[in-house]
Design a protein around this ligand. Structure first.
Ligand SMILES: [Fe+2]
Length: 424
């Protein structure tokens, strides 16, 4: 037959195991309400109480609510709420401030004894009132023992335990076990609150970043639209070259496609933007130079050439289009290195800028200007071919002419120069 000591030792081991399990669950379970339910269920099953419930601080509502209740006389948890000035809350909150006459847990029998002691009544009316309030609450809730749980100095919860169904009293060891459980529950609740607040802060941060990104993107789009209008405005001063921007865009994309450049997603957006905006800097060139009928003087050419740097500068706010600025800055570089503004050559010039150079020149040749009629397709094609390897990248010229040939073939309008063209 096991002795009473054996039984207690056996129980002690069980308790330690339970506490270890609780600690493990605290780490694993993200929602503390699940842990609290497991604990109340365990107490109910292990100790055979009339009921077990947990009162937990809801920091948002600043009051204590029951999160779970188990046992034959379980409480209607949703109906019981304690405000922070409830005598029980006040009592246990005051305990941490080391006030006299207070204990780390309360049996209903102790509350009754304290209330009957004359010195207690005389020592502090407010304490006696608190005890009376606690007694009333414990009797109403059929609680035999209440055990507080703290996190730092904050009362996080109160474990409320009914009578044992078999009539036995709680041992000192059991009360210590309940105190440890109450402490663990408080830790779990506070840790979960902390984690939840981190999650909420992160969600809020993500929402704000998304909003900033949305606004930034909207601003960029608006700026781009303004730039596009400006680019069209540049050529609007030359009425006969109507549609130059759109046509250069179309021919440029057509050439890129012919070269096998992948135009899905952002690549196409960047190339389109560069084709559309390449001459936007001309908005900063005086009309007397820009729209001058006839040849420009060397001084006027100097001014005209600044449009590439002006264009790159105008586009600085378009942070998504950094590459477009570089392309625009290079669209008058020549394949042989004799262009401007930096004298880049060959592969030093981005492929987009090399494409713009060809299609922009081609369309300028075939378009009428205020000082001359547009040249024929044959003339333009000869000019482009003649400049392959010097002004233009021959690979780009080849792709452009192949694409042009295919396009004109569909229309049945192939000029002699393209019929002679071997490629494609
Ligand atoms: Fe230009």
């Amino acid at each position: 037959m096991p002795t009473e000591t054996d039984r207690l030792n056996a129980n002690k081991l069980d308790y330690q195991e339970v506490l270890r399990d609780v600690a493990r669950m605290m780490v694993r379970l993200k929602r503390p309400d699940r842990l609290l339910k497991i604990i109340t269920r365990f107490i109910d099953r292990q100790f055979g109480l009339t009921h077990t419930s947990l009162l937990v601080l809801d920091p948002r509502k600043k009051r204590y609510v029951f999160v779970n209740s188990k046992g034959s006389k379980r409480l209607p948890v949703s109906l019981v709420k304690f405000d922070v000035d409830h005598p029980m809350v006040q009592w246990f909150s005051g305990f941490k401030q080391k006030q006299p006459f207070q204990k780390e847990f309360l049996f209903l029998s102790d509350v009754k004894k304290m209330l009957s002691r004359a010195e207690y009544r005389l020592a502090s009316n407010s304490k006696a009132d608190q005890l009376a309030g606690i007694q009333k609450a414990m009797q109403t809730l059929k609680a035999e023992l209440i055990v507080p749980g703290y996190f730092k100095d904050t009362l996080v919860g109160v474990l409320m335990l009914g009578r044992r169904v078999n009539g036995r009293c709680f041992t000192k060891q059991e009360v210590t076990f309940f105190q440890t459980l109450a402490h663990d529950c408080s830790m779990a609740v506070k840790t979960a609150e902390y984690n939840q607040s981190l999650v909420e802060q992160n969600q809020e941060l993500a929402r704000r970043l998304e909003e900033i990104e949305r606004m930034r993107s909207k601003e960029q789009k608006t700026y781009y639209e303004i730039m596009r209008s400006l680019a069209e405005e540049v050529h609007a001063k030359e009425p006969n070259i109507f549609g130059h921007v759109s046509e250069v865009e179309r021919l440029g994309l057509m050439t890129a496609r012919e070269m096998g450049i992948d135009l899905s997603g952002k690549t196409k957006d960047l190339l389109s933007a560069a084709l559309i905006l390449h001459d936007v800097g001309k908005i900063g060139i005086p009309d007397s130079v820009l729209s001058k009928p006839g040849r420009l003087t060397p001084e006027e050419w100097k001014i005209m050439k600044t449009h590439v740097e002006k264009g790159a500068r105008i586009l600085e706010p378009l942070t998504d289009f950094k590459k477009v600025r570089e392309i625009i800055l290079s669209h008058h570089e020549r394949f042989d290195g004799s262009g401007y503004p930096r004298g880049l050559k060959g592969d030093q010039i981005s492929i987009e800028a090399r494409i713009i150079s060809v299609v922009d020149s081609f369309h300028a040749i075939v378009s009428s200007r205020c000082y001359r009629e547009g040249r024929s397709l044959d003339f333009a094609i000869h000019e482009i071919r003649n400049c392959a390897g010097t002004q233009f990248d021959p690979v780009v010229v080849d792709a452009f002419l192949r694409a042009l040939k295919k396009e004109l073939q569909k229309k049945g309008e192939i000029p002699r120069s393209l019929l002679e063209y071997a490629a494609g």
